[in-house]
Design a protein around this ligand. Structure first.
Ligand code: EPU
Length: 337
């Protein structure tokens, strides 16, 4: 185990922001993780996964534990299903590709989501009608305080829209080390009713899609709308889609009849923040080396050498403008450090 002082975190955050860690360790085993947690129990620690959901606005005055635990294995199977255990440091999309190679279904709609296996449950990643919780069985996590390994079942995780217990009551208390997911080996349950997926499959003349076809469609859609972090720094959706009451929605619709929406219940409506931000005039706006993506207004981008503070100020300007124009508060999905 090597600890590097004053390490640059730029290669490890998809926004591509330059920030220094007081010290940094690439953690490749649970034994190392436990001994570091013991040794540094009274010192500040910062847990880093895929670095795809954070905006660094300052240097990290802590030991950065970069969770790089690797491994994917089948732990049990029935005739039609399989339970896979994947270690926290596996890249999410590589895991999806591995599943497709083995014809395991359930994660194809979640193709090309940035980040790692270990961070997927923290914000219950989701896209195109599927959320991690739909296939989630359990995860193992280390208690930072006493280094005990605990298994969290699905109910334990308290999943919600981009939410889990790891962002709420247990924030900063556990490090997820592995995740178990249940996938299908046959009779895959295809989820193609999401409009854009349907259109993409239709325009490719595919009537009876395989899980590979769905993954290909999702990849094509994402690549057409979302910037590749290898080319333009970003953290995917910067804001969550706000959930408002039916009464608030009626008021909004009166003023903006074209507003898209998803009805969540008799009381609640989800409104796409991307639409609000676009209507507020920010889509495609560039300021110095940062801005709002021109194809999806929910995504803030770093064109090269922006710093986190600039992007954070833009986020606040967007939040204030949306509040002023629509009387809706939009929250960040990305963690601001
Ligand atoms: N829209 C606009 N302007 C924009 C962007 C979107 O008007 O600039 C409108 C679209 O026309 C559409 C609606 O907003 O009517 C929804 O857009 P989209 O299907 O692109 O989805 P989203 O709600 O903006 C969410 C997730 C994405 C996920 C997609 C697809 C959140 C915060 N984001 O975005 O997740 O890929 O649905 O399921 O829930 C991520 O979390 O990083 C992420 C990319």
């Amino acid at each position: 185990m090597t600890i590097i002082n004053h390490a640059s975190i730029k290669p490890f955050n998809t926004f591509g922001i330059e920030a220094k860690a007081q010290s940094y360790c690439d953690v490749t085993s649970i034994t190392t993780l436990k001994s570091l947690l013991k040794e540094y129990h009274d010192k500040p620690l910062f847990v880093l996964g895929g670095g795809s959901n954070m905006l660094l606005t300052k240097d990290i005055e802590a030991l950065v534990l970069h969770i790089n635990l690797k491994g994917i294995e089948v732990v049990s199977e029935t005739e039609n299903t399989v339970v896979i255990k994947a270690m926290a440091g596996e890249n999410w999309h590589n895991f999806v590709l591995w599943c497709l190679q083995h014809n395991y279904g359930g994660v194809e709609n979640l193709s090309l989501i940035p980040g790692n296996i270990g961070t997927a449950p923290i914000q219950n990643i989701g896209a195109y009608g599927v959320e991690l919780k739909d296939i989630f069985v359990s995860c193992e996590a280390i208690n930072i305080e006493n280094q005990a390994l605990r298994t969290f079942s699905k109910p334990d995780c308290n999943f919600g829209y981009r939410e889990s217990i790891f962002k709420q009551d247990l924030k900063g208390q556990y490090i997820i080390t592995s995740v178990k997911l249940e996938l299908t080996k046959a009779n895959h349950q295809l989820r193609t009713n999401y409009g854009v997926i349907k259109n993409e499959l239709e325009s490719n003349g595919i009537e009876n899609p395989t899980i590979q076809d769905i993954s290909d469609a999702v990849i094509a859609i994402r690549q057409s709308k979302l910037p590749d972090p290898k080319e333009i720094g970003n953290s995917g959706s910067f804001f969550k889609n706000p959930i408002i009451t039916v009464e608030e929605f009626r008021e909004l619709e009166r003023n903006f009849p074209a507003v898209p929406s998803y009805k969540l219940s008799e009381e609640a409506v989800k409104v796409p923040a991307g639409w609000l931000i676009e209507k507020a005039g920010f889509k495609g706006k560039r300021f110095k080396d940062y801005g709002v993506h021109n194809k999806q207004a929910l995504v803030l981008v770093n064109y090269g050498n922006a710093n986190g503070k600039e992007i954070f100020e833009l986020a606040q300007l967007i939040q204030n403008t949306v509040k002023r124009l629509f009387n809706i508060t939009i929250e960040t999905e990305v963690n601001i450090i």
